[in-house]
Each structure stands twice: as C-alpha cells, then as structure tokens.
Design a protein around this ligand. Structure first.
Ligand code: SAM
Length: 310
C-alpha cells in the first residue's frame, strides 16, 4: 500500500508504524500491500542480506510446486497456515485452476493478511480465511470455516511455508503442534514445510535477526536436523529447490500409508521427492515417477511426534 491512508482491508487496530513480517515479505515479492515502516525494515534486511529477495521468490515457487504436486496426487483440500498476504500464485488460484471445487482454508495471525484475504475471497464459496495462531490447533480444527471446508476423512495438504521460523519454542514443542495438526488427517495427506535454517551463527544472520526483532514475529531459526525432525521423521526434501533457498529447508512429509501399502509401488515427486498413498482414488502422476532417493514407506497409520534428530 503506497499511500499512508488506511485501506479498507486494514483494521483500525493495526499499528502501521511497526514493521511486520507478512508485509515485509510482500515487499520482497514486489507486492503493494506494505507500509513505509515495512519497506524501511525490508530494505534494511536487503542491505545486509540481498539474497533474501531471491529466497522469498524461490520460496513462493516452492509453494506453487508443492500445491501442484498435491493436486497431482488427487488432494483437493488445503490448509494453508501462515498464508501471508494474498499475492500472485495464491494457493486457491492454483488449486481452482485445476479443480474449482478444491477447498482452501487460509490461516494467519495477522489481521491485515486475513482482512485482505477475506476481501479477495468474498465471492468464493470454496475458500476462506481465518485469523488464528497456528499453535491454537483446537481453535483451528474446531473453527466453523474449517469444519465447513475441510473433511479430515479425505486427504488434505497442510502447508507451513515460510512460517515456522516465526514461531517461538523448542523444536520438540513445535513437533507436538504439528503432530496435533496432522493427527486427524487421513492417510495420503501431506505436511509441507519450508523453514529458514541456521547452520552456524554469522554476523549477517544476527543482523537480520535483530531487524525482525522489531516486528511482532521475531525470527526463530532452527538447525537442519531440527527442521527435518518436525516432519515426524519422514522428511523428503524438495529436490528442485533453488540455490537461493540454500538457507531454507523445503520439502514435505507424506502422511504414512496404511500397512497394506506395497512400498515397491510408491513413487517420488517431481520436485519434492514425496511418497504418495497407494490409493486407487488418486490417479498417479506420470511426471512423478522414477525419482531416485525415495525413502522407504513408514508403516504407522498416523504421524508420530519426534523431538530428536533425524
Ligand atoms: C513470510 S509469510 C509466508 C507466506 C506464505 N506462506 C508464503 O510462503 O508465501 C509468513 C506469514 O506467517 C504468519 N505468521 C507468523 N506467525 C504465525 C503464527 N504463529 N500463526 C499463524 N501465522 C503466523 C505471518 O503473519 C505471515 O503472514
């Protein structure tokens, strides 16, 4: 938002003078839904870490790949947590291009994000946005819009793209949250994660961390091992990840198939090296065949929480 005037989708409660991660990300992507304070903070980040802009774009491309992958597996429900300000290539746009009946629920803590998403979705019956913290699993799963749009007896893609590094707490606590989120999901569901990682503390990451410390959602970088462990131990990395995503870990975990699944019949994903459920309802995607390095199928019927290293 270039004008300092309060747009109709900006609630009165929003402090436009304080930078905000959602709107800084919008600025990195070249969007127009950011204020002067966001632009200044984003430019300060780019001054110390210019690659952040390319990383934001690469992350967005990963999101689109993951959505198309899920659609290719027959998934027609998306729970997008930390969805961000709607911008080009939104989940519902990609999903509805493939199947207008696909259900999409956006969840974000930021009232600006939710206000804008609601305005955008006003005429859409198959997608909605709710304001919630992703750690409020009971509140999200019990929300009337969730119950209206998402049927957990059918497979669902749970998207946590570039959001978990804004969520405080130990990796173990976070794994517990993801376990609660995925527990009701049917086999064949997907957990999609991209997460900024920190292999070693540098002056650059410290400077970026300080800048995000001025926003309501400071950065909580985690180690690659901690991030992989969030998947419940079945992490499959995005093999097409751009070099700009080097500071990110991007990939997905497949909700484990039931014990009857024949491991030899599973395939990998084009970009994410994921494992599909062997379910006749879901037509196979020939593009997804033959990707090497697909790990063995786990036999549990639901994802179990892991707090240790993978
Ligand atoms: C960088 S944006 C990512 C947007 C989108 N997922 C993408 O990758 O293009 C991060 C979003 O996460 C939201 N967020 C941060 N902490 C959150 C939390 N605890 N629960 C829900 N959303 C959160 C922010 O408001 C912001 O909109």
């Amino acid at each position: 938002m270039v004008s300092a005037e309060r747009a109709s989708w900006v609630p009165d409660s929003v402090d436009m003078s304080r930078p905000n991660a959602a709107r800084m990300y919008d600025f990195f992507l070249g969007g127009a839904h950011n204020f002067e304070a966001d632009r200044q903070a984003a430019q300060a980040v780019l001054a110390v870490a210019p690659e952040v802009q390319d990383a934001a774009r690469a992350n967005r491309q990963f999101l689109r790949r993951a959505v198309r992958y899920a659609l290719g597996r027959g998934i027609r429900q998306f729970l997008d947590l930390g969805s961000g300000i709607p911008t080009v290539g939104n989940v519902h746009k990609i999903a509805h291009a493939a199947d207008p009946q696909t259900r999409v629920l956006y969840v974000d803590t930021d009232p600006v994000v939710v206000g804008h998403a609601r305005a955008l979705l006003a005429a859409t019956d198959t997608a909605a946005a709710i304001e919630a913290d992703l750690r409020d699993v009971a509140g999200i799963l019990g929300h009337e819009q969730t119950r209206r749009l998402i049927d957990f007896d059918r497979s669902v893609a749970v998207l946590l793209v570039s959001v978990l590094h804004f969520v405080p707490g130990s990796a173990g606590d976070l794994a517990g949250v993801l376990w609660e989120l995925m527990r009701p999901a049917a086999p064949g569901s997907l957990l999609v994660i991209s997460h900024a990682s920190e292999v070693a503390a540098t002056e650059q990451t410290e400077a970026v961390r300080l800048l995000y410390g001025r926003t309501p959602t400071p950065l909580h970088l985690r180690s690659p091992a901690e991030i992989r462990a969030l998947s419940g131990g079945s992490w499959s990395p995005d093999k097409a990840a751009s070099p700009f995503l080097t500071g990110f870990l991007a990939g997905a975990a497949h909700q484990p198939a039931p014990p009857s699944v024949d491991a030899a019949s599973t395939t990998g994903a084009v970009s994410a090296g994921l494992r599909p459920r062997n379910n006749a309802r879901f037509s196979d995607n020939s593009r997804a065949r033959g990707v090497p390095g697909t790990p063995a199928v786990r036999r549990e019927s639901r994802m179990a929480p892991t707090t240790g290293r993978s």
